[in-house]
Design a protein around this ligand. Structure first.
Ligand SMILES: C[C@H](O)[C@H](O)[C@@H](O)C(=O)CO
Length: 605
């Protein structure tokens, strides 16, 4: 039995899960579930990274008291990033890691996060001596010494010894040694290390890379204003053609452009940009890389060439040196470096899964091919197809279909649909008004209502921000001359029907833009629990719907980690295992004529 920790962070909530693989199926247990709240910083909503970190840390430590954890990896929502600055600027930005390409090419498990040509400190005895043999007596040393003794040893060790020990030291002990280094107490050490080795050691010693500020959120009204300004100044084509990414106000690139213009000192202080999941890989292992699927959601990554869109960045004033090395999903980014780890975390590796949550979610759909439209159903509904190449065209741009990277190659051509956010916000309002109600009850109430009485365009920008969603839905219905939903059940029914019609439009647009024929729909994620929505989806699209795991993102995250550990042989075997791990639920289209008519009525408005 192999166990890994799959950490899945959504816009509304996060969870540390324990995934146990018995050779046939993966069992997912939620260790802790926590809310993901934004904090107000100078009047702007920002992600509370410290709160998330503390929840992640306590979940992991708790899991380590009762299970052996072979690996841990984080996935999260896309588009958002954090800016890091080094303690005293010793980072060597931009130098790439040939062994990652070599490992990826040879299918071997890559090892990343180090900037020197090879991890000289990990294996060599004495730098520059050509002696590359490991020194067993040193790691044995690490095993024998107590923590206090290790700290005391700090200034007597050679670089190779330092590296052997660095795997065993907690972050606090690393920084203690780092301070010594900074005080020049160990200058002798400096003389023995090459600059690349010093930078590696600096990284491992956790030179206090800190977030320049709490990351901005995609619902920040200021990103909307920055988007409009960028569209006025450069127009959509510049961004779309350079990246193949949807031209959407949620993309992180627009907050960066705003900061370049309005707060240049912020960019001057920043050394590295990391996407949200990689901010946590950094906390867990000190790594300073970004995983590919996460990078492709930034609005700054050229999916066609597989590199950062540096020409676009320079054109809009974003310093290209911020861009980190990009590694494939499944990359080992280093040993877990938690302070006082619990027993089961002593040998844990940190592995970058398909770190964009949607990319992990579709790993949990068995045998996904281009004739099936996937829907990753959570705060957002990401509806699209998996193709072997990006689709970058005027038609795709008009339909605002984006291209995002996938695990083991392939491209997700999809649309961001506002999703269950509308229902989350309605529920938040009803609870604030004193009605405690759960999602299951909301679905049940909607199921009792007459379908298709009214619907709204869930993708119109009016529903992006938070605040009294039921009133905004009623206002939109009134504005469009539709019956205004009064009760909680009626409002929920409008959300359900409107989402199902949005999925129908997306089937039609994807077929038109990509030339594929969609024969079925596969849904994964928390939304599978809403049976009324899944039945409406089948009827609105006129296709059979198969629902897979509610915790599909965590399942996909874990499967990629297990493949990286050599427990699974890759996409084919992953399909077999996720199929065995989550029995599907199927829905067949009914009353399709009514949905056809409603769609025409709605689209003709
Ligand atoms: C803004 C959304 O979070 C993002 O576009 C989407 O891809 C996602 O990550 C949903 O979880």
């Amino acid at each position: 039995m192999t166990g890994v920790a799959a950490i899945d962070l959504g816009a509304e909530s996060g969870r540390v899960t324990h995934a146990r693989f018995d050779g046939r199926r993966i069992e997912i247990d939620v260790v802790n579930r926590f809310a993901n709240r934004t904090i107000d910083v100078a009047g702007r909503p920002r992600w509370d990274i410290e709160a998330l970190w503390s929840d992640i840390r306590s979940g992991l430590l708790e899991l380590g008291t009762r299970a052996e954890v072979a690996s841990v990896g984080v996935d999260s929502w896309g588009v958002d990033y954090g800016l890091l600055r080094a303690g005293d600027g010793a980072l060597a930005p931009g130098s790439r890691l040939p062994q990652v390409e070599r490992a990826a090419a040879g299918g071997r498990r890559p090892r990343a996060g180090m900037h020197a040509a090879d991890d000289p400190l990990r294996r060599t005895g004495r730098p520059g001596t050509g002696d590359r043999s490991p020194r067993p007596e040193l790691s044995a040393l690490g095993d024998r010494l107590s923590r206090a003794e290790i700290t005391a040893l700090g200034d007597r060790l050679t670089p190779a010894e330092m590296s052997a020990l660095s795997d065993r030291l907690t972050r606090a002990e690393m920084s203690a040694l780092g301070e010594r280094l900074a005080r020049g107490e160990m200058s002798a050490l400096g003389e023995r290390l090459t600059p690349a080795e010093m930078s590696v050691l600096g990284e491992r010693l956790g030179r206090g890379e800190v977030l320049v500020e709490a990351p901005p959120t995609y619902r920040d009204p200021l990103r909307h204003t920055a988007f409009e300004a960028a569209m006025r100044e450069w127009g959509p084509d510049l961004f779309y053609r350079a990246t193949g990414a949807q031209v959407h106000e949620i993309n992180g690139v627009y907050s960066l452009i705003h900061d370049v213009r309005v707060r240049p000192e912020l960019l001057d202080r920043a050394e590295r940009l990391l996407m949200i999941p990689d901010l946590f890989h950094h906390r867990l292992s000190g790594s300073l890389v970004t995983e590919y699927t996460a990078a492709t959601t930034s609005g700054l990554f050229d999916i066609a060439r597989g590199t950062w869109a540096t020409a676009l960045a320079e054109r809009v004033g974003i310093p290209a040196h911020l861009f980190p090395e990009v590694v494939p999903a499944g990359t080992d980014v280093g040993p877990l470096l938690l302070d006082s780890p619990t027993a089961g975390l002593g040998r844990t590796r940190v592995t970058a899964p398909a770190a964009h949550d949607t990319a992990s979610a579709i790993v949990a759909i068995p045998d996904l091919d281009s004739s099936t439209m996937f829907i990753s159903s959570g705060t957002w509904s990401l509806a699209g197809v998996l193709l072997d190449r990006p689709v970058i065209s005027a038609a795709a741009q008009r339909a605002n279909l984006t291209n995002e990277g996938s695990y083991a190659g392939g491209v997700r051509v999809l649309r961001d649909i506002a999703g269950l956010w509308l229902l989350q916000e309605c529920r938040r309002q009803w609870i604030a008004e004193g009605t405690e109600i759960g999602y299951a009850e909301l679905a049940e109430l909607a199921g009792r209502e007459q379908p298709l009485r009214a619907c709204v365009d869930v993708d119109s920008g009016e529903f992006l921000a938070s605040g009294d969603m039921p009133a905004r839905i009623r206002a939109a219905c009134a504005r469009n001359g539709m019956p205004v939903p009064e009760t909680i059940g009626q409002v929920t029914r409008v959300v359900v029907d409107s989402l199902a019609l949005a999925y129908r439009r997306t089937v039609r647009d994807i077929e038109a833009v990509t030339g594929t024929t969609i024969k079925a729909v596969a849904v994964v994620g928390g939304g599978v629990a809403n049976r009324v929505l899944q039945q409406a989806t089948a009827s609105a699209t006129g296709r059979p719907v198969t629902c897979w795991a509610a915790e599909g993102t965590a399942l996909g995250n874990a499967a990629v980690q297990l493949a990286s550990l050599g427990e699974l042989a890759g996409p084919g075997e992953i399909s077999r295992v996720v199929e065995a791990s989550s029995p599907p639920t199927r829905y067949e289209p009914i009353d399709t004529a009514a949905w056809e008519e409603a769609a025409h009525r709605h689209d003709s408005r």
